[in-house]
Design a protein around this ligand. Structure first.
Ligand code: FE2
Length: 257
C-alpha cells in the first residue's frame, strides 16, 4: 500500500482515539494471563469499535503516564464494518484479489484491529497462532498485517517461527458453558522460540499470516511507535464455532467483500 493510504488510516485512528472518552471505561489488553485480564468490554467488542489500553499505560495511582493518544494499545474489532474509511480499505479490490489469490474464494472479514505498539510502553504479544483465537473447521483463515509505519526489531516488529504452521494447532481459546474463557491445550511443548526470526518491514508492507503460523512481538521500549492494521479473513464455507470469543449478533453477520 502507498504511503498516503497508510497516513490516511493513521489519521483516522488518531481521530477515533481523540473522540474516545476513557472516563467511561478502562480496559487493558494483555496476552499474559489472558483469561484473567479479559473483561466484558473485550468479549462484546466483536461488532464494535472499542479501545484497549497498554498494560503499562498507568501510574500506580491510576493516572495515565502519557497522553491518551500515546496510551492505547489497540482499537478493535469491527473497524472494517463500522468505520467508512477502514471499510473502504479493507474491502478494496486489492485486498479482495489477494484473498482470492490466497485461496479464500468467498472470504468473510471477521476481525480488524488497529495496533499502536506505543513508544516506551508498547506491550509484548506472546507467541501464538491466530487459529487459537479465530478457530474454524477446517482451518481456513488468513491474517493480513499491514505496516502503517516501519516495523523494526527496535520498535517491536513481528517475529515468526519458519515452518511452524506445520506443527498443528497447539490450543484453542474457548468459551465455557459458564461464559468464561479457557485455553484447551492439545500440545504442551513450549514454542521453540530460539527459531523465531524477525519480520522487519517498511511502511506500506503487508505480512500474510497462515492461521497456524506461530508468531509474536516483543515490547516496544523505543521512542518510536509501530502502527499496524490487521484484518482476519475466513473461508465462508468453514464452520465458525459458537465457542470462539468473537461473535456477531444476528443483525450484524460477518460480511465478505
Ligand atoms: Fe496474531
Amino acid at each position: 500500500m502507498d504511503e498516503a493510504t497508510c497516513d490516511q488510516l493513521r489519521a483516522r485512528a488518531k481521530e477515533l482515539v481523540q473522540e474516545f472518552d476513557p472516563a467511561k471505561v478502562v480496559s487493558i489488553f494483555s496476552t499474559r494471563e489472558q483469561n484473567r485480564t479479559t473483561d466484558e468490554y473485550f468479549m462484546t467488542s466483536g461488532d464494535k469499535i472499542r479501545f484497549f489500553f497498554e498494560e503499562n499505560a498507568f501510574n500506580p495511582d491510576g493516572t495515565l503516564k502519557y497522553e491518551k493518544e500515546k496510551s492505547i494499545n489497540k482499537i478493535g474489532h469491527a473497524l472494517h464494518d463500522l468505520d467508512p474509511l477502514f471499510n473502504r480499505f479493507s474491502r478494496s479490490d486489492k485486498v479482495r484479489d489477494l484473498a482470492k489469490a490466497l485461496g479464500l474464494e468467498n472470504a468473510l472479514l471477521v476481525q480488524s484491529m488497529y495496533i499502536f505498539k506505543q513508544p516506551n510502553i508498547g506491550g509484548e504479544v506472546t507467541c501464538h497462532q491466530d487459529s487459537t483465537f479465530i478457530y474454524t473447521e477446517p482451518i481456513d483463515i488468513a491474517g493480513l498485517w499491514f505496516a502503517l509505519e516501519d516495523a523494526t526489531i527496535e520498535n517491536g516488529c513481528l517475529w515468526a517461527i519458519p515452518g511452524g504452521h506445520r506443527r498443528g494447532l497447539k490450543s484453542r481459546w474457548l468459551r465455557t458453558h459458564e461464559g468464561r474463557m479457557e485455553f484447551e491445550v492439545y500440545d504442551t511443548t513450549p514454542w521453540p522460540e530460539s527459531e523465531l526470526v524477525p519480520l522487519e518491514v517498511s511502511k506500506g508492507s503487508l505480512i500474510v499470516l497462515h492461521g497456524l503460523l506461530p508468531h509474536r512481538s516483543f515490547e516496544n521500549r523505543s521512542p518510536r511507535s509501530r502502527h499496524a492494521y490487521t484484518l482476519h479473513l475466513i473461508g465462508a464455507e468453514a464452520k465458525y464455532p459458537s465457542e470462539n470469543w468473537l461473535q456477531r449478533p444476528e443483525n450484524m453477520p460477518f460480511r465478505g467483500f
